[in-house]
Design a protein around this ligand. Sequence first.
Ligand code: HEM
Length: 623
Amino acid sequence: MDADNRERERERERERESIYLSSVAFDATRCIDGGTASPQAHWRERERERERERETRTPGSHRLRLSSEMSIADIFSVLRQRMVVPWTPWSIAMAVVFVLTICYRNAVAQKRKVSLSVMVMKYLMGRCGQSRRQPPGPRGWPLVGNLFQLGPKPYKDFMKLHQEYGPLVKLKLGSVNIVTTYSPELVREFLCNQDEVFAGRPHTIGVEYLAYGGRDIALAPYGPHWKNMRRICMEYLLTTRRLDSYQKHRADEARFMVHQVLQKADQGENVVVRDVLAGFSMNVMTQMLLSKRFFGCKDAGPQQSAEFLHITHQVFWLLGLFNIADYLPFLRWFDLQGYERLMRQVQKQMDVFHSNILQEHRLEHEARGDRPRDKPEDFVDILLSLRGNDGKEHLDDVEMKALIQDMIAAAIDTSSVTSEWAMSEMMKNPQILRRAQEEVDRVVGADRCVEESDLMHLSFLRSIVKETFRLHPPGPFLITHEATKDTEVAGYHIPQKTQLFVNTYALGRSHDIWSERTDEFWPDRWMDNQQEKVEIRDEKLRIIPFSVGRRRCPGAPLGQCMVLLALATLIHAFDWSLPPPLQPHELSMEESFGLTLPRAHPLVGIAMPRLPNIQQAYSSQQD
Ligand code: HEM
């Protein structure tokens, strides 16, 4: 064993000698001091040279210099030679991230466009963001996310997800993050405590076509434009004084509604309750907005009224739909569901309608000249009279059309849908209808019509409306909100641009919130602590028909008044039943999904006059 070791040692010695001699032989030809140095001195010099070389290769060494004249290929070859980091896919990826970070920072500092690096950095940062605590939710498919897990009634799908994942659920629809909730505590956090963060609205294809690209109020992004439009709306259009000044018109419309129903009753015809209610809401609104009535008079023919109402319904339906192209923008070109084509058509019809309104008002102003008005100013007159410092109209035509569109659409569908559901529930539960009628009789009597001042004394009817808002919220979701920046809610990270769907349908049907008679229409749950005021709201946010926070409904007082006045009038003047052989318990309560949640089938009823002298009580000045 020892002999072996000794032999190996001798062999290594011989090897070292031969290397030494060959190096001497090699260097002798170009010896540093002209060939006069001894081989040992030369060997030492070589050793020092090698030492210097090793030093320059050490990572972080200040001797590693990249000159500005080097080409990219040179830089890469230097990096390759000098870096001791192993050349693996990971090290390459890290290097790319490093370079892109520098590019991105430079681009941001210089406000330059570097689309590719910005995109890649955003993507990488997005992925880093995802490592933070996310709300629970179902796993999605690559690219499409959870898009194909939604059926035709997404509010019901979301409700099922809440049962599995809790009150806050996160989904990915294509490239869009969404969170959905039904919990009052979370609604308070999102819309009261962090209302500025969640005051945004997503820019969808529907907004492009049906809300003049977000130049309106309801679907406008959060910012100066929205603030200005909302201010104009609150300061000039929806003030208490202005609303009060239209009280007489609303009373006239209520009387007109009674006469319409009476006509049907006299002829023994069934009444399509939806049409009657929509006509009432529409006339009230168009009187205020345009000084024009659409139903039942000379101002607009029946065809124009029907067209107008049809467009309004279409707008609401289209705005509420889940359009695949909003979530997978590369599919927009194909318009797979055909929605964009429809939106384009509806937009054209709608725009002609609004342009005519502006045109008519401008012509009338010109014709009148300086003469005083013979009728009160309507909303459009006010909008046209608003002037900025430069004397120009405060709002341009597109903004005025968008505002008119918002007012009509937001007011008509919401209030008539609510009233139709309330009537459905009363016809399904005749004992509730009778109690409400007794209350109206007590407050109003049999000799006169219902007036707005009566509404605050009708606490049972208000409970009916509250219970209707619980089981049949005007919209299954509030209008979609969008996070304007990154934030945290309930300990979960919510990235900017996340869309918030507040599921008001699930809120009203949750067994956690409504432990008693959850699925039953039971207005008595609201009869405790009733105060004598018209306002319908719940401090605990168990119902939020008009929402809360800075994007809450600005038309809430008018909306409540229209709903209560229409219902009180209809049940005061008539007894209501279902056309035979339909029994109350057989009445279908199926909904049809859109931005609002109307009945799938219009409510049809039989009206029987119940006042001894109805003609006199509801004598109309309109006919
Ligand atoms: C029963 C009747 C009504 C109901 C149930 C109702 C409900 C709502 C709801 C739930 C919102 C969405 C709030 C949110 O996104 O968080 C809203 C917004 C809005 N409503 Fe109403 N509304 C009614 C009547 C009216 C009336 C009569 C008007 C106007 C005359 C009106 C004008 C608006 C406007 C302009 C917005 C958008 C607010 C914004 O984004 O800043 N609404 N409404």
